[in-house]
Ligand binder design. Structure first.
Ligand code: FAD
Ligand code: SIN
Length: 527
């Protein structure tokens, strides 16, 4: 079956839904998501969204904090753009019904997080993401120009390749005509033809064994664009959140927001010793890469599996008021955080790199835009400043909408795309072949491509992944399509890209730390 839309949006997080709301009214819009509309990384965001709103703050300070965190390779023009456009985008979110907490005078109540010189994090208690996601879902569902396709999995974007052309990374003017999409409920592959396509498929957390990301985060958009010969960059810069709740039975790992350290919580070894002052003058509020590496080092020294986060010295009622979800969650596990330390360990959290886009959110493939965590704008450089990703996603969704609206009237549909061909495939009776391989990818990435890397570990990961790649491609060619086989293929492709970029960077910078090149190569710094 063929469906035709002016705008095809793959992903229903903050990036995809805000883009859809901005272009609706100027054409018909389809939003796809592979589970339900609500299930996205966006829903899980806790700390909040960064924007200059306080009188004591200014754009220059937010710009400087972002540049310092990015460790010399942020794109300064992009940082300026995101920071300066942030307040306007916050106003738009409020217009869509997002309710940020305010103080008694009606001003935004602001949190402070690691690397920020000012309190500038707008939030809704400690579940900002859920507030944003639910507000956008309501707005999208109420919009008559937006058709919603839940349980629809984008498999491949359509390009000249599907018309028989040989497409390479060097081919000029690759164009996107839409996507092949698996309806998970019927197991049919649909052809979605579009004039403009937006990839907003989010993060990659599930290429790792331990992650704060929900299970939808399997790098699908990045893998699809890479296979279609679009450019991908900065894949080595993976942010590990220092303080995921240590609870090995739970996946994804529950996050203990950095805002708690902004509020005064401190990190301690299992013996109760506060260790961060010996690593950084900013102590527990140092940027995440420093805190995650410090914890990693402490765990290696002690042989322990976790350290503690201590908020017991703060006023108990205030702690409950600021962090009601964390309080409730820990209590369910038998930990009263107002009286007891919280066991925490680092977990994969965020990818700074991804699909390369310009300042209009255009990928290197014509008619294809990308925004949100799957994209690489240049904002984060080698390390993302806390709470800068939600704001980046809305600023770039806005840029894409403005650019696409200027283009849409000159574009048509490509009618001669063939239907998905599954001749010669058969039902895969052994799901264990897929689930076991997915587990192996996670183990390989955790063991060899984590917070501290080396050439030897990366090479080992590469070789192990190559075996899984060959097995999986064979299985993919032979099998009737399923979400599971597509995701396995995508996590292998994405893991491979992380390793490839990590091997290419012969220095330590920001989130990429390797014992073979422990120093930064200043010649590679951009400013
Ligand atoms: P997502 O919100 O992840 O949405 C991705 C969408 O793509 C989903 O709808 C999914 O179904 C769909 N999708 C994926 N693949 C396919 C496919 N093949 N076919 C169809 N659909 C597909 N950032 C901050 O700025 N502040 C915070 O406080 C903060 N806290 C966080 C806390 C946690 C626990 C986590 C995990 C992240 C946090 N982040 C935070 C990061 C931030 O939430 C994400 O970077 C951001 O929400 C990503 O939004 P997105 O729109 O790009 O993708
Ligand atoms: C957190 O609340 O600690 C996460 C913030 C972020 O990832 O930006």
């Amino acid at each position: 079956m063929v469906r035709k839309y002016d705008f095809l949006v793959i992903g229903s997080g903050i990036a995809g839904m805000s883009f859809a709301l901005k272009v609706a009214g100027k054409g018909k819009v389809a939003i796809l998501c592979k589970t339900g509309l609500e299930e996205a990384n966006t829903y899980f965001a806790q700390g909040g969204i960064a924007s200059v709103t306080a009188r004591s703050d200014n754009f220059e300070k937010h710009i400087e904090d972002t540049l310092i965190c990015g460790d010399g390779i942020c794109d300064v023009a992009v940082v300026e753009k995101v920071v300066r456009e942030a307040p306007g985008q916050i106003a738009e979110l409020v217009g869509w019904g997002v309710n940020f907490d305010r103080d008694a005078d009606g001003n935004f109540d602001l949190h402070k997080e690691g690397g920020h010189s000012e309190a500038r994090i707008l939030h809704h208690k400690d579940n900002t993401g859920a507030e944003i996601q639910e507000s956008l879902v309501r707005a999208v569902r109420a919009n008559p120009d937006i058709d919603i396709f839940e349980q629809h999995f984008a498999i491949e974007i359509l390009t000249q390749h599907h018309l028989g052309a040989i497409v390479k990374h060097t081919t000029p003017n690759i164009e996107c005509y839409g996507a092949y999409v698996l309806n998970i409920l019927t197991n049919h592959v649909l052809t979605f033809l579009s004039k403009v396509t937006m990839i907003a498929t989010g993060g990659i957390g599930n290429i790792y064994q331990t992650t704060t990301n929900p299970t939808i985060a399997t790098g699908d958009g990045i893998a699809m664009v890479y296979r279609a010969k679009g450019l991908v960059e900065d894949m080595e810069f993976i942010q590990f959140h220092p303080t995921a709740l240590f609870n090995p039975k739970e996946r994804p790992s529950f996050l203990i927001t950095e805002a708690m350290r902004g509020y005064g919580a401190v990190l301690r070894t299992q013996k109760g010793v506060e260790f961060m002052p010996k690593y950084d003058s900013r102590s527990s509020l140092a940027p995440r890469d420093i805190v995650a590496r410090a914890i990693d080092n402490e765990l290696k020294i002690s042989g322990d599996d976790f350290v503690y986060l201590d908020v017991t010295h703060k006023d108990a009622e205030q702690t409950k008021e600021h962090f009601p979800n964390i309080y409730k969650k820990c209590l369910e596990l038998g930990i009263d955080i107002t009286k007891e330390y919280i066991p925490v360990a680092p977990a994969e959290h965020y990818l700074c790199g991804g699909i390369k886009v310009d300042m209009d959110a255009r990928t290197t493939i014509n008619r294809l835009y990308a925004a949100g965590e799957c994209s690489r704008t240049g904002l984060h450089g080698a390390n993302r400043l806390a709470s800068n990703s939600l704001i980046e996603a809305v600023v770039y969704a806005d840029a894409a909408a403005k650019h696409a609206l200027g283009l849409i009237s000159s574009l048509g549909w490509k009618e001669d795309i063939p239907m998905w061909d599954d001749e010669g495939t058969s039902l895969n009776e052994e799901m264990v072949l897929i689930t076991q391989s997915a587990k192996e990818v996670g183990q390989i990435m955790n063991a060899y491509v984590g917070i501290v890397r080396s050439n030897l570990r990366l090479k080992r990961a590469h070789d192990r992944l190559e075996i899984l790649y060959k097995e999986t491609e064979g299985l993919f060619q032979r099998s009737v399509l399923s979400k599971e086989i597509c995701e396995l293929r995508n996590i292998i492709n994405t893991g491979y890209l992380v390793i490839k970029f990590a091997l290419q960077r012969k220095e330590s910078r920001g989130l990429h730390y390797t014992i073979d090149y422990p120093k930064k190569n200043e010649h590679l710094s951009l400013y």
